[in-house]
Ligand binder design. Structure first.
Ligand SMILES: NC(=O)c1ccc[n+]([C@@H]2O[C@H](COP(=O)([O-])OP(=O)(O)OC[C@H]3O[C@@H](n4cnc5c(N)ncnc54)[C@H](OP(=O)(O)O)[C@@H]3O)[C@@H](O)[C@H]2O)c1
Length: 360
């Protein structure tokens, strides 16, 4: 009798665990279902249209790296259906790649990772983009992530000269033939660099495109589509300006590039706040909020980018899991109306175009 009771209890616990697991899996599938996926150019990868940028993974700018925060951040994105992470060998001194590698091992389904190389060069000059250096960088990224090969590697905003050095792209072809990388591409500062890169067998271009940076839609997207090259959109929120939450009194940490690179003193000016003068950006973001009728502009700003079918994925950065959830929701927002599209264009033409359109 006692034995029967033990068996019944054991069966009940087993049944309960199964139910909990099933309901967790249902929840995951439900969340995954609200995320849409797009093909990333000739890689053929089906990637979440809202993904995650991991420049600040595991740390606010300048804080010590925290592995648990990194894993929680990646998990929060995964739970929203994100299957694509953007990283680089220099992010968090390699810790971004290492944490992603660790995270990949906890999941059975395929998660794509794009990493970047070139910025370990010091000085960062075109002559450093040799076959030997690129091969070493790729091998270090493979080691960091503990994978057999890299899904996609991008040259990390190299000097413009590099786009006119076919030997650099031949080195990448060789790594592809050897199986160290599956695909390669470029992360660019400017549209003319992206156009130059289309001369090579690239699979993807990573570029800044957002409500404050419309040039790529005008001059690049159609050509990238013809070449079947995927577009990865970085800095989609203009470093947070397009959330509409900052004011002239907002303070950023002293190690945050939004404090020290506003004028491009440390790296390309176009990266921080998308190259827009901060106060101009605040004013334009307020105009967008008012005319689009939203209090938090983030998801709308991402949805706007997704209106362009050439875009494969946007990779917003996030400083909390809540931001990741809000950003993923962009995938299920209704499309912009023609009127809303015209509003964004007008805000750009009236506030931004003259300041930056010719620069990047
Ligand atoms: N050269 C390159 O290839 C290159 C250069 C730059 C970036 N990237 C890639 O692009 C990714 C994204 O760029 P980014 O992080 O610089 O710029 P971003 O995505 O335009 O802005 C991210 C910032 O916006 C704020 N934010 C995000 N979601 C929010 C939400 N829902 N509500 C309120 N605030 C929100 C956060 O700032 P708070 O601190 O205010 O919370 C966050 O740090 C990077 O992680 C990296 O992977 C590549």
């Amino acid at each position: 009798m006692i034995i029967f009771s033990y068996i019944a209890q054991a069966y009940y616990v087993f049944y309960l665990c199964k139910e909990i697991k099933q309901s967790q899996s249902n929840r995951h599938n439900k969340l995954m279902n609200s995320m849409e996926y797009r093909v990333l150019g000739k890689t053929g990868f089906k990637v979440s249209e809202v993904s995650l940028g991991t420049w600040q993974l595991g740390s606010k700018w300048g804080d010590a790296f925290d592995e648990q925060t990194a894993q929680d951040t990646l998990e929060a994105a995964y739970e929203q259906g994100v299957n694509f992470f953007d990283t680089a060998d220099i992010y968090q001194n390699g810790m971004s790649e290492k944490s992603i590698g660790k995270f990949l091992k906890t999941k059975k389904d395929k998660i794509y990772v794009v990493t970047k190389c070139g910025r370990k060069l010091n000085p960062h000059v075109a002559e450093g983009y040799t076959e030997e250096n690129i091969t070493r960088f790729v091998s270090e990224s493979i080691q960091n992530m503990g994978v057999e090969s890299l899904d996609l590697v991008l040259l990390h905003c190299p000097p413009t000269e590099v786009y006119h050095k076919p030997e650099v792209f031949k080195a990448l072809d060789k790594l592809k033939q050897q199986g160290a990388i599956r695909h390669y591409g470029v992360s660019v500062e400017r549209v003319d660099e992206a156009l130059a890169a289309l001369a090579y067998d690239i699979s993807a271009i990573e570029i800044i495109f957002n409500m404050f940076r419309l040039k790529p839609a005008e001059e690049l997207f159609a050509k990238a589509r013809e070449a079947n090259v995927g577009i990865i959109v970085r800095v989609p929120l203009a470093s947070g300006l397009l959330t509409g939450k900052y004011t002239e009194n907002t303070a950023f940490g002293k190690d945050d590039h939004r404090s020290f690179n506003r004028n491009g003193d440390f790296f390309d000016k176009g990266e921080t706040f998308s190259g827009i003068d901060y106060l101009t950006g605040i004013k334009a973001a307020q105009e967008l909020k008012a005319s689009l009728g939203v209090e938090n502009l983030s998801a709308k700003a991402l949805r706007y980018i997704l209106m362009f079918p050439e875009v494969s994925t946007v990779i917003p950065g996030a400083s909390s899991p809540r931001q990741i959830i809000e950003n993923a929701a962009a995938s299920s927002l209704p499309p912009f109306t023609n009127e809303e599209m015209a509003t964004v264009q007008a805000v750009y033409d009236n506030n931004i175009r003259r300041q930056i359109h010719q620069l990047w």
